[in-house]
Design a protein around this ligand. Structure first.
Ligand code: ZN
Length: 442
């Protein structure tokens, strides 16, 4: 696949994955198409050699794996992982705010969103509904499913400069006051409108019955309604929502689909990284260790497997901002379109060390892909990823890498037009034949 067709595929994945639920549903669909078998956590597993499987938790996290020859204690497992969630606005449980015939929806800020970028944009509404349904003369039952309005149904209007003369110099944003998006106005604005819209959307949920009696619960999020696009005179830049970290999830998935050979391969796409990962579907929860326990049930064989395995933790890296070089370490400047970024931090906010760094360098060389190295300025705090959580819980050697990205955590982020494909090429190398001698390093 060339870079352009790869990006086209990525754009589609980003646009049809407004929430972690949708990203996981899209991943599951792609895996099923390639012959991977869905496993349920509630059922026994009977794994075969040289076969692909996947398991979903909370509809928002997914682990897919290829079993190879099923003796990972001799070879280790090749792992990679990313996160399905992105900073955004989450709709409150009782959200409707009526004011002068206008309706807004109360929201909470999810993760470290760059809030000023959410104003004056068309916002889509999507997420998960749980409905109480009833067939005729039958007892009620619960059905859950995903909804995606797929249109710019709301907007957060700025206050005009005439009413806020300091907007360009001293603007502050109060999440409670300023952020609730405007969703209805004028004569049509009435209480219960959201409820009605959700009931209508719920009718499209496959398991919803003849009659939907009530919405019993929802996880709803606002997202940018505008699809990804190229920018720059020569289209060198990609502008898209949720590049952090669906760019990585897409690369992990596409490369795992190509996994073959004797060494088992696994990709985890975890949820809730942007809020600390400490959930059943997050990287600090039990999802990965539970799954590895079922792949390798014997405790000693499992520990031997962990000791031989390597993990590539994927999360976007800060690319140099053209106006603010002073915020970056001058010796470790990373640029768009210059290849994946290796991330290091002395306080181990990134899991990379000399050994896992060697693995990544080797893979980039094998795949003929350029690479860059990022270290945070020493006088600024460093972010983190799922890498340290997973390597601490399992002892698996881990490297932190990611695509160079500008405007991280804005509603739209930027990356280079060659960067997603470069990352994919390195992961493809990893999941096919790459760096196998390094797995013997212990
Ligand atoms: Zn991230």
């Amino acid at each position: 696949m060339d870079t352009e067709s790869y990006n086209k595929h990525l754009f589609h994945f980003l646009h049809t994955s407004p929430t972690p639920f949708h990203a996981v549903a899209n991943a599951a669909e792609a895996l099923l198409k390639k012959g991977f078998i869905r496993l349920l956590e509630t059922e026994p597993w009977h794994l075969q050699k040289a076969s692909g499987y996947f398991v979903v938790r909370n509809d928002s996290a997914i682990i897919a794996f290829y079993t190879g020859d099923l003796k990972p204690w001799d070879t280790g497992i090749k792992l990679c992982g990313g996160h399905t969630d992105s900073p955004c606005l989450k709709v409150k449980p009782m959200p409707e705010l009526q004011n002068n015939t206008m309706t807004r929806l109360g929201v909470e800020v999810y993760g470290g969103a760059l809030l000023n970028t959410w104003f004056d944009r068309g916002l889509n509404l999507a997420g998960r509904l749980v409905l109480r349904c009833r067939e005729k003369n039958d007892i009620p039952y619960l059905a859950s499913g995903l909804i995606n309005i797929g249109a710019p149904v709301a907007v957060i209007p700025s206050l005009p400069i005439h009413l806020d003369r300091e907007a360009n110099t001293k603007k502050t944003i109060n999440a409670q006051v300023d952020l609730p998006p405007l969703i209805l106005t004028g004569a049509f604005s009435k209480p219960g409108a959201l409820h009605e819209a959700l009931l209508n959307a719920g009718k499209h949920i496959p398991d919803a019955g003849h009659e939907i009696e009530e919405i019993m619960g929802f996880d709803l999020f606002f997202s940018d309604a505008q699809p990804p696009f190229y920018t720059g005179l020569n289209k060198e830049i990609i502008s898209a929502p949720r590049l952090d970290n669906l760019l990585s999830c897409h690369a992990a998935l596409e490369s795992l689909l190509l996994a073959r050979g004797a060494i088992p391969c696994l990709a985890i796409l975890a949820d809730h990284e942007e809020v600390g990962s400490e959930t059943p579907a997050g990287a600090r929860g039990s999802f990965l260790t539970d799954t590895l326990t079922r792949i390798v049930p014997d405790p000693e064989q499992r520990l031997r497997t962990f000791a031989r395995s390597f993990m590539i933790s994927l999360d976007n890296a800060h690319a140099l901002h053209p106006a603010h070089a002073e915020r970056y370490d001058a010796g470790h400047l990373c640029l768009l379109n210059q290849g994946p970024v290796l991330k290091l931090n002395a306080a181990m906010r990134y899991a990379s060390d000399a050994m896992s760094t060697a693995l990544f360098r080797q893979l980039c060389q094998e795949a003929s892909v350029p690479m860059q190295t990022f270290v945070m300025k020493s006088d600024m705090p460093c972010g983190s990823t799922i890498g340290p959580s997973i390597s601490a819980a399992t002892g698996i050697k881990t490297v932190d890498v990611g695509s160079p990205t500008m405007a991280m955590h804005a509603i739209r982020e930027l990356t280079g037009n060659t960067d997603p494909h470069s990352l994919f090429k390195v992961l493809k190398q990893w999941f096919t034949t790459g760096a196998e001698p390094l797995l013997s390093l212990t």
